[in-house]
Design a protein around this ligand. Structure first.
Ligand SMILES: NC(=O)c1ccc[n+]([C@@H]2O[C@H](COP(=O)([O-])OP(=O)(O)OC[C@H]3O[C@@H](n4cnc5c(N)ncnc54)[C@H](OP(=O)(O)O)[C@@H]3O)[C@@H](O)[C@H]2O)c1
Length: 262
């Protein structure tokens, strides 16, 4: 890369990258996914958003601009994952970018209290859904030489706090899945990466953290604040962009303000 090459980059590079691109962001009814989907839509991509409540989704889609496609489905159910991804490919006329972001902790449960049903639910939602979604999207992504970005978590590295073992392990799965599929899908021209958010101030923490815990966490973060959904957007756009990240695959970008502990 020379200075001249860089000068050739257009000022509206991101809009040129994503205008007309077909993007599915799972788990984009709110939080990180909603911020990412809104950014793609703003850059001119054709975006499908996803969550469970169709009425809420329609309102979110309307707020992101004309043409955003709302698709509802419970991602703890493998058939629903397939149906949503097939609908996205159908409605968008193909797929260039798949963001596997749907997930949540489902509760803090100590090992002794983990029953088989909870184990299965955690695995289905936070691990298997990304596999099913990627497999379902594969023909479309092969056709477009597209990109996949998974959402991992800092807890996939640290193990998270007590009661989050299954969720944290599933988030580590997302990072490993990205690394492994990167190798496997490279011959098709498909890049696979992951974003690993730290403590991001979304509804997630209204459910699974206390205000005191969040204050203590913020004080320990080198940048001295919790992250926002908006803080995560750049990493997803970067990894999805063939021009910016065309030689980057199998990587995990940590978005955590310098935080590497619980
Ligand atoms: N916030 C953090 O600190 C943090 C840190 C690391 C990683 N993450 C990960 O980042 C992703 C987004 O989290 P967030 O913080 O933005 O949380 P959020 O605001 O709670 O959003 C979670 C998204 O996932 C969807 N979702 C949850 N369970 C689902 C299910 N059973 N079926 C279909 N969709 C489901 C939600 O849809 P509904 O509206 O239908 O519930 C929503 O769109 C998750 O994978 C999370 O694990 C978050």
């Amino acid at each position: 890369m020379t200075a001249t090459d860089f000068a050739d980059w257009p000022a509206d590079l991101l809009a040129q990258e994503f205008r007309g691109k077909r993007v599915l962001v799972t788990g984009s009814s709110r939080g990180i996914g909603a911020a990412v989907a809104a950014a793609f839509a703003q850059l001119g991509a054709r975006v499908a958003i996803h969550g469970r409540d169709v009425t809420a989704l329609e309102a979110v889609a309307a707020g992101m601009g004309a043409g955003v496609v709302p698709l509802a489905g419970d991602f703890a159910d493998k058939a629903e994952v397939r149906r949503v991804v097939e609908s996205a490919v159908d409605r968008l006329g193909g797929l260039d970018v798949l963001i596997n972001n749907a997930g949540t902790m489902l509760g803090r449960v100590a090992l002794a209290d983990i029953d088989d049903e909870f184990l299965q639910q955690q695995f289905d939602l936070n691990a298997a859904s990304a596999v099913i979604a990627s497999r379902t999207a594969l023909p479309a992504l092969i056709a477009s030489k597209g990109a996949i970005v998974n959402t991992g978590s800092i807890s996939g590295r640290t193990g998270g706090s007590a009661g989050s073992s299954l969720y944290s392990a599933a988030k580590a799965f997302q990072a490993s899945l990205a690394r492994s599929l990167a190798t496997e899908l490279a011959p098709h021209g498909i890049r696979v990466n992951a974003v690993s958010p730290g403590t991001i101030d979304t509804d997630f923490h209204q459910r699974y953290s206390t205000p005191d815990k969040l204050t203590q966490t913020a004080a320990r973060i080198p940048l001295k604040r919790l992250g926002t959904a908006q803080d995560c957007v750049g990493a997803y756009l970067f990894l999805a962009s063939g021009r910016l990240a065309g030689y980057i695959t199998g990587q995990v970008i940590e978005v955590n303000g310098g935080q590497f502990y619980n």
